[in-house]
Design a binder for this molecule. Structure first.
Ligand code: SAH
Length: 256
């Protein structure tokens, strides 16, 4: 069944009101008819099966009636924010799409010493709109119930200052010894948040790595091979899923 994210205020009682690009998708792309069902999610807590009751492409409006509230468990038990040294455009978009499929809660790019790509501050808001759209489509496709957010770009310094806002922070640093990621994940439980710092194509400088660890990040290895920046974030997200959803499945169930 086709899924759409709406703003919380678009679900009022049992009435769902859809506007914007999704109207075009429902009416023109899917060629839906009244009576057909879709799944809508407010991106936070409510997901429902809803029956289309009004299709009005002219007024850019679709309405649907909630048939059943769904109680779906599709989200990682911890909130993972992927902060990535900005890679070139198409790679970043790939990271957003795949990272959403793998369950990330938020993303932001940061500038750093060895970054190849540079972000034009003036163009950022427009780009972020496009990035958020990529995330929305990936979240609908992968049946997420929470809509991940693309946060504004930051400098490396600003990124470091964010560390205390999270339960834990891991910096992926290929020169770190041991496999600290397991220990970091072991220290976290449902509802906790993890900030993951991944370097750009050129990696982190030793000084940046030192600054991050001084600010509370744990340097972690992602194995003996050097991964490309876009692979590194996917490794971490897959490891989080494995840790909490596969090996510790019992723990998750007992915590609801
Ligand atoms: N330093 C290298 C590689 C950069 S890889 C160079 O100079 O080209 C890009 C980023 O991916 C790194 O900054 C790091 O955050 C992450 N990464 C890749 N492989 C890793 C590994 N084996 N362990 C930890 N982090 C890794």
């Amino acid at each position: 069944m086709q899924r759409y994210f709406v703003e919380p205020h678009q679900i009022s009682g049992h009435l769902v009101t859809i506007t914007g690009d999704d109207v075009h998708h429902i009416v023109k792309v899917m060629r839906s008819r009244t009576g057909q069902e879709i799944v809508v999610s407010d991106g936070q807590s409510r997901t429902a099966r809803a029956r289309l009751s009004q299709l009005d492409a002219g007024r850019n409006l679709v309405q649907a009636e909630v048939v059943e509230w769904l109680d779906e468990q599709r989200e990682l038990p911890i909130d993972v924010t992927i902060a990535q040294g900005l890679p070139k455009g198409d790679k970043w978009e790939w990271i957003l799409q795949k990272g959403t499929e793998l369950g990330a809660s938020a993303f932001f790019p940061f500038s750093s010493e060895r970054a190849v790509a540079k972000l034009d501050e003036k163009k950022e808001p427009k780009k972020r709109e496009r990035w958020q759209k990529i995330v929305k489509e990936a979240a609908e496709q992968s049946h997420r119930t929470r809509l991940p957010v693309v946060l504004p770009a930051r400098s490396f310094q600003q990124t470091i200052e964010e560390i205390p806002r999270y339960t834990a922070c891991a910096i992926a640093y290929e020169q770190s010894s041991g496999f600290g990621l397991h220990a970091v994940l072991d220290s976290l439980g449902p509802g906790d948040s993890l900030l993951v710092l991944i370097g750009p194509e050129g990696g982190f400088s030793a000084e940046e790595a030192a600054q991050a660890t001084a600010a509370g990040a744990v340097a972690v290895s992602l194995g003996p091979r050097i991964l490309r920046t876009e692979t590194a974030s996917q490794y971490v997200l897959a490891a989080v899923s494995y840790h909490f959803e596969q090996t510790n499945g019992e723990r998750r169930e007992s915590n609801g």
